[in-house]
Design a binder for this molecule. Structure first.
Ligand code: PLP
Length: 458
């Protein structure tokens, strides 16, 4: 060891948990495009959304102007069970890479759901309960969102029905059991108990499912069951709003310890953790107060930002949901079954899509074997066994640190470490056995998905 660097974990005080969420839309000159009704192509009104979503959450969804929205006390008290989350100086990783860069990571895996998803689950369950509802439905892919929601629903005594993408339901029985332990009812999707599930099973026999199908099923059940609403773990404006606690805490820690980030990196599935992490930093950038490089990282096998189209598209395969303007691969796009790393959604948050379209952030795609290589480098020196999703961000964080090694620049890099990977050991096993392969869709593969994007010019 040439120079001794002191590792430090930056803990905020409990009193420093944010008391309001920050709504980055308030500072965006070009607002994200509204959700529209697929029939009328008009922006969805509060009344039109009421059968699907909880009232308070619709208000948050539609609010493009209020910068700070107070966090209700019940939610704040739940946050206190696992927040503030630490921002850790990754000195052992710096040493391994022999880089002059300063690397930090904000770790959101320190709760039973193992990811940042609980930050929004608890808010959505709270508003459903407050409205006097009986239960909620949702979809889950890898299982983190379903687990987070199951935890939140058991806390507020709400029923919870989860449609789980079939491939995950079969590959991750333990994730399923955690949800059931918290009292949720878990169904593999596409199932045979909804109209849309039966239709998808006929049209794509033997399908392993996708988030898009599971969303359609969950929405169908919510809108046809008395006292139920649908909740979603990513993509929507309200979810990014709740996830802003990640960024607000990160910013508070940076200010407290005089850390000046140059680069902020996060993985992007539907965009919620990244949107939450960057919100307050992006706010400064939008107001001209500071500048940061912000990098969204996605899998090469599901490249919404880097190869997708910026267009109105359905949020789900079954076309029962409203349409959102976003970077999309087409609502019929189903990523290769070979792809193990999560982040499988065909679209992207409208907020992040607009920011990317306006040149305010960058995006990069990475192949899964290089993602697992980064994950193992990180685990072996920093101790935490990262989720494959989070490891996309680690990959690019490492790549940027290695660039600093070449140029001698002492950049400060913050990585969003969204969660732990204990339920992803089948994927780690493949990587360790050397049987993991990379699949990058060809232009022809993508063209099939693009052909399903409706022709809406607004
Ligand atoms: C769900 C999830 C993601 C991706 O979702 P976003 O909405 O893009 O944040 C990333 N990491 C983990 C651990 C997740 O559970």
């Amino acid at each position: 060891m040439s120079k001794l660097r002191v590792p430090y974990k930056i803990y905020l005080d409990e009193k420093e948990i944010p008391t309001s969420w920050y709504n980055v839309r308030a500072d965006m000159k070009n607002k994200p495009a509204p959700l529209i009704h697929p029939g009328t192509l008009k922006p969805l009104t509060f009344e039109e959304m009421r059968p699907i979503f909880c009232d308070e959450l619709i208000k948050q969804e539609l609010d493009d102007t209020t910068a700070y929205i107070p966090i209700p006390e019940e939610i704040y008290n739940f946050y206190k069970m696992y927040r503030p989350s630490p921002l850790t100086h990754a000195v052992y990783l710096e040493e391994l890479l022999d880089t002059p860069a300063h690397i930090f990571y904000k770790f959101e895996g320190n709760n039973t759901s193992g990811s940042h998803k609980l930050n929004s689950a608890i808010a959505q369950a709270y508003y459903a309960k407050k409205q006097g509802l009986k239960g909620v439905t949702t979809e889950t892919g890898a299982g983190q969102w379903g687990t987070a929601l199951a935890m939140a629903c058991s806390f507020f005594k709400l029923e919870c029905k989860v449609y789980m993408v079939k491939v995950s339901y079969e590959q991750k029985p333990f994730r399923r059991e955690v949800m059931r332990t918290y009292g949720a009812k878990v169904t593999p999707s596409p199932s045979m108990d909804t109209n849309i599930g039966r239709k998808i099973n006929v049209e794509h026999p033997g399908t392993t499912g996708s988030l898009g199908c599971a969303i359609s099923e969950a929405v169908e059940v919510a809108t046809s069951t008395e006292g139920y609403r649908y909740v979603l773990g990513s993509v929507l404006n309200q979810v990014l709003l709740h996830q802003s606690v990640i960024g607000l805490e990160t910013k508070a820690a940076c200010e407290k310890y005089d850390i000046k980030p140059d680069i902020i990196v996060g993985c992007a599935g539907g965009g919620s953790n990244l949107g939450g992490l960057i919100s307050p930093f992006m706010g400064e950038k939008l107001r001209g107060e500071a500048d940061y490089r912000i990098i969204a990282v996605e899998p090469a096998s599901c490249p919404s930002f880097t190869r997708g189209k910026f267009a109105y598209d359905f949020c789900d395969t079954g076309k029962v949901c409203p349409m959102a303007k976003m970077y999309t691969l087409g609502h019929d796009f189903i990523p290769s079954a070979n792809h193990a790393g999560g982040l499988r959604y065909h679209g992207m948050s409208s907020i992040l899509s607009q920011l990317y379209h306006d040149g305010l952030m960058e995006a990069r795609s990475v192949e899964q074997t290089s993602v697992f290589e980064a994950a193992e480098m990180f685990a072996r020196v920093e101790g935490i066994l990262p989720a494959p999703e989070s490891s996309h961000a680690i990959r690019v964080g490492i790549d940027e640190a290695l660039k600093c090694k070449e140029t001698g620049e002492e950049k400060t890099i913050i990585i969003g470490l969204t969660g732990t990977g204990y339920f992803d050991m089948l994927a780690y096993e493949k990587y360790n056995d050397g049987t993991m392969t990379d699949y990058i869709p060809t232009d022809e593969d993508l063209a099939k998905g693009f052909a399903t994007i409706p022709n809406v010019n607004l």
